[in-house]
Design a protein around this ligand. Structure first.
Ligand SMILES: Cc1cc2nc3c(=O)[nH]c(=O)nc-3n(C[C@H](O)[C@H](O)[C@H](O)COP(=O)(O)OP(=O)(O)OC[C@H]3O[C@@H](n4cnc5c(N)ncnc54)[C@H](O)[C@@H]3O)c2cc1C
Length: 411
């Protein structure tokens, strides 16, 4: 086996930074070039919609590597370097400043970007998006007691922001175009329950609230809804999903289908070019389809598989999707995806703010959403991964320990 002399990582976010560390951990001593648009060392994004919104000190916890460890990786780190093109045959990439970066192997870890509101320039006054550290810093400055905010989009990110902003004494209206919160991300009963929690916290939540127009101005922002209602606030957070950064791969001729298509080793359709994190789409054994996941776990673990793949070490990405969200002082964790056709059963009571919703198919557990019940996740992960038949009545009986029921099912 010949080790590559040089590896180029495009994108210095969570997956990029994690892959660089994994390459060194695996003993790779060749050149690693880490090129990223942002000026920051690789960092994790989850705290941006949580503690960082109210506490500048929380920024300390974001970075993947402390400065000493970052230096010890001995990378050719290129902050502020946007890669504009990738030449697969010539094994090189070109940056916006015209530099050529040669490589033997390459990892695309370009993540995603916030979907912009249609018809508005990206820098419209009083309209914010939340994807990076600089976005979170701008929002933190605006979250002053007495301020008013409209959040467009009732997904996890918008709701985490709403929960945090309410805690700062900000007046909030959340506008969700669909009939319920978390429409694509959670079973219907969870959306309705979470709406009640946010309303109890003092947030106005509007579902079926389709935005007709957004008019930003010097004194705030005005939103007209299809219902005819006009809303005005000091500023707006648009949280209407993200788009994967796949254009570089697409223009280089790589297979792209929602995300950059990768195999189990995270290699793309072009030999020697790998992809990981929010930009990559892999086939999931658990979901029986290709998925592009936008989660901390996926960025972390896929990057490590890609690192091994680039070194021709045995590697296979085979992970049950896991995601968490913190809002209104509650911890919500999910395993699997709320795919169509699941039979949902509840364990515990919503009113206790400690319950789980389980999704079953063919007498097997396929999906879990657990509120303030994180301790259940380890046995349930084993149960789903094993694909074992389980007694749903027993598993959803809150008086019986989950661990025992899982043990029985796996025996
Ligand atoms: C606000 C927020 C909160 C979140 N909260 C949670 C949570 O609670 N739980 C959870 O599981 N997940 C959460 N996530 C998701 C998780 O953070 C992402 O899935 C993860 O960051 C993806 O990592 P990545 O490396 O693929 O992409 P990113 O971390 O986005 O990194 C991609 C990097 O590539 C750079 N880049 C893009 N194109 C180029 C180019 N052409 N040249 C050079 N550089 C380029 C970008 O500037 C960026 O720095 C959250 C995400 C956000 C934004």
């Amino acid at each position: 086996m010949t080790l590559p002399e040089s590896i180029l990582i495009i994108g210095a976010g969570q997956a990029g930074g994690c892959a660089a560390a994994a390459l060194r951990r695996e003993g790779y001593e060749g050149r690693i070039t880490l090129a990223g648009i942002e000026p920051h060392r690789p960092y994790e994004r989850p705290p941006l919609s949580k503690a960082v919104l109210h506490d500048a000190g929380a920024e300390e916890t974001l970075f993947l590597h402390k400065p000493d460890f970052h230096d010890s990786l001995k990378m050719d780190w290129r902050p502020g370097a946007e890669v504009r093109s990738l030449d697969v045959a010539a094994r090189c990439a070109r940056t916006a400043s015209g530099e050529t970066l040669a490589f033997d192997r390459c990892l695309l870890a370009t993540g995603g970007r916030a979907r912009l509101l249609p018809g508005l320039p990206p820098d419209a006054p009083n309209v914010h998006y939340l994807r990076g550290l600089d976005d979170a810093r701008r929002l933190r400055r605006r979250l002053q007691p007495g301020a008013s905010v409209i959040v467009i989009g009732g997904g996890f990110l918008g709701l985490e922001f709403a929960g945090m902003a309410r805690g700062q004494g900000v007046a909030l209206t959340v506008c969700e175009a669909g009939p319920q919160l978390l429409g694509r991300a959670a079973p219907p009963q969870v959306g309705a329950w979470l709406q009640r929690c946010h309303e109890e916290a003092g947030t106005r939540v509007l579902c079926n609230a389709m935005t007709r127009s957004v008019a930003p101005g010097a004194d705030g922002v005005t939103v007209a809804l299809d219902s005819g209602e006009i809303l005005h606030a000091d500023f707006l957070l648009a949280s209407v999903g993200q788009l994967p950064n796949v254009e570089l791969a697409q223009e280089a001729g790589l297979a792209v289908d929602n995300g950059i298509v990768v195999d189990a080793r995270c290699e793309t359709s072009a030999p020697g070019i790998f992809a990981a994190g929010d930009c990559a789409s892999h086939r999931s054994r658990f979901l029986q389809r290709h998925v592009r996941l936008e989660s901390w776990q996926n960025a972390q673990e896929q990057a490590q598989v890609a690192a091994r793949g680039m070194l021709d070490l045995p590697a296979s990405y085979d992970v049950l999707p896991w995601f968490w969200s913190d809002q209104l002082e509650m911890n919500i964790q999910m395993l699997g995806m709320p795919d169509a056709g699941l039979d949902y059963r509840m364990r515990g009571r919503e009113s206790d703010r400690k319950f789980s919703v389980y999704g079953f198919a063919d007498d097997r557990l396929r999906y879990v959403l657990a509120v303030n019940s994180g301790a259940e996740m380890t046995p349930l992960r084993r149960l789903i991964a094993a694909g074992a038949v389980v007694d749903a009545n027993r598993l959803t009986d809150a008086d019986l320990p989950v661990r025992e029921t899982v043990k029985l099912a796996l025996a």
